[in-house]
Design a protein around this ligand. Structure first.
Ligand code: ASP
Ligand code: MG
Length: 447
């Protein structure tokens, strides 16, 4: 039985946190493979370093080293600390070399921002050794995590990773060694390529996929997925279990429990996933798997996403001119805007995007205004409500029930997206009303 266990930044954020995590690891039965993020705050620090035009390399290295050594000194006895420092200093020398590398290289930011994971994993691995367990700290390089894609938004090459890890990681497991692997990045053409911020969850799912693990555990600082945001709904409760599809939709729209990309690598191999709280290991967390156990209620959870805008582009008979729609959406893609919903009619295309993307998109569409686009209207201050439940679409009358409840809250629905996913119904309301909508849906159909 192989369990892949992932620990996030706060779970390895201090000496106490690392000690707590080590206990969770040794109390888990069977073979264990650990994936960890950087200590909390470290990746943000590295992003700032890359973004600041003038950096003092000595100062950066010192600040970075101090943060890690402070924790190491609290955790290790003299002998362990001395051994640890040998490897630590090697990695630190490499970090310095990277900082002095070519800042104009397209992958420079990936190279620098992925450094934190190399140190958190080293500390955790040494702590396991100090406790008397055999462990090695592996990097994405030495573990064989292969990546493809563009700077800062890589994806794993699942096949290459599987063959790499079979050679490099499986033999360790058969010797009873606990590998502790860096999250957040893989290797493309010999250099680090990161999977986007918060990408260690995804790394762990990739590792689980590559090793055909029996279970993936994502250890974080909350108890699991909730029926609604507990800051909005006081009696929101934890969800015991849900399907891959439900978890993917919830993670994508709002709930910050799990990186949305974590689901796919485990779903395709039907590896169950648990979200657990490293500060409350006695809590069972949320189990995500492919089994369908019908819930009692109509809905499983209601999530929201705020600060969105509806951009409506009017163009005569655009429905008959798909190339115009393609051009408009293509320009949005080049701006890296995420489109949360899209809706079309004979002469309009409406898209739901983040308010922060509006200005650049309007600028980009400007030159189409002469011949293709007649008008662009923007409605700011919108929120997306995402209702999740298994088989929402196959139950008759669900949409009616949901919108009747919304009407009872006296709220006007601005846009609807239904049918794209089997498990979710999404609609847009003014931001000022979103809490009322969530409250009424939660009390009628969940709580
Ligand atoms: N350390 C990286 C970040 O902060 C990856 C992660 O935390 O998952 O984005
Ligand atoms: Mg992090």
């Amino acid at each position: 039985m192989i369990t892949v266990m992932k620990f996030g930044g706060t779970s390895v954020g201090s000496a106490e946190a690392i000690q707590r995590v080590a206990n969770i690891i040794i109390n888990t039965q069977g073979d264990k493979v650990i994936v960890a993020s950087a200590m909390s705050g470290i990746t943000n620090f590295l992003v700032q370093v890359v973004d600041s035009p003038t950096m003092d390399v000595d100062e950066v290295v010192k600040q970075f080293a101090d943060k890690h050594l402070m924790a190491a000194e609290q955790m290790f006895d003299e002998k362990t600390l001395a051994d640890f420092k040998v490897e630590f200093n090697e990695r630190l020398a490499f970090f310095r070399e990277c900082l002095e590398g070519d800042v104009n290289d397209a992958y420079y930011k990936d190279l620098i921002t992925s450094q934190g994971e190399r140190f958190s994993t080293l500390m955790l691995s040494y702590y396991l050794r100090k406790m008397g367990y055999e462990s090695v700290a592996l990097t994405a390089e030495t573990a064989g995590i292969a990546a493809t894609g563009l700077p800062l938004s890589g994806s794993a090459d699942l096949e290459m990773t599987a063959s790499g890890m079979t050679m490099k990681v499986r033999p360790l497991l058969s010797k009873g060694i606990i590998p502790v692997i860096t999250g957040f990045y893989g290797i493309k053409d010999g250099a680090p390529l990161t999977f986007g911020r918060g990408g260690s969850d995804y790394s762990a799912a990739v590792v689980a996929n590559a090793l055909d693990a029996d279970m993936l555990e994502i250890w974080t600082d909350v108890d699991g997925f909730m029926t609604a945001d507990p800051r909005i709904i006081k009696n929101a409760i934890k969800i015991e279990e849900m399907t891959f599809g439900e978890a993917a939709e919830l993670a994508y729209f709002g709930a910050k429990v799990l990186h949305p990309r974590t689901i796919e690598p485990v779903r395709i191999k039907r590896i169950p996933l648990k979200v657990r709280n490293s500060f409350r290991p006695e809590e069972p967390g949320t189990l995500i798997h492919s089994l369908r156990k019908k819930g009692k209620g109509l809905l499983k959870s209601v999530a929201t996403k705020n600060d969105l805008a509806i951009v409506t582009i009017s163009s005569a008979e655009i429905a008959y001119r798909p190339e115009h729609t393609a051009e408009i959406i293509g320009r949005m893609a080049r701006d890296n805007a995420i489109i949360y919903a899209i809706s079309t009619s004979l002469s309009t295309v409406a898209v739901l995007i983040s308010s922060t993307d509006v200005a650049s998109i309007i600028t980009d569409l400007e030159d189409m205004k002469d011949n293709v686009i007649e008008r662009i209207d923007v409605k700011n201050g919108m929120s997306l409500v995402c209702c999740v439940g298994d088989d929402l679409l196959s139950k008759a009358g669900v949409t009616g029930d949901i919108f009747t409840a919304v009407k009872e809250a006296g709220v006007n629905v601005e846009m609807i997206s239904e049918g794209a996913s089997e498990v979710s119904l999404n609609f847009v309301v003014p931001m000022g009303m979103v809490m009322d909508v969530v409250a009424v849906l939660h009390s009628k159909y969940i709580g």
